[in-house]
Design a protein around this ligand. Sequence first.
Ligand code: AMP
Length: 145
Amino acid sequence: MSLYGDYDPDNIFARILRGEIPSVVVWEDEHVRAFMDVFPQSEGHVLVISRTSKARNILDVEPEVLTRLMAAVQRTARAVETALKPDGLSLMQFNGDAGGQTVFHLHFHIVPRWSDRAMKGHGHAPQADPATLEALAQRIRAELD
Ligand code: AMP
């Protein structure tokens, strides 16, 4: 999908938000959800999305939604850092298929990084099992401010 076009109400994150597909939620409020990426590029890879916006990418998101999303990204990243003690954190966000985006509901990736471990490639990581993701989510959740 290009940068332009209509929001697909059946994209996978819309279906997750409707409860049609399971997700391992780290935390959520009425505006945002942070949940575990099921194909994690590193241990503790978390996605942050809006629960209300139909934005597909950074170009069409409402500024007030983006403000809430970025606050949620920071809150989540701080909890990831405290829980997992990575050496670094990569924040990623892709726009349009040529930009590497595969799910067209705006989202931010929080990927913990360790100096001695390579990050798996975007779109090339194996699927994690739900129990492993839930254990990580619990550790992150416990450190939320
Ligand atoms: P992007 O390529 O930036 O659009 O990222 C989409 C992300 O969604 C990828 O990192 C996928 O691993 C992740 N993903 C795809 N399906 C699911 C799912 N059912 N639950 C959680 N994450 C998913």
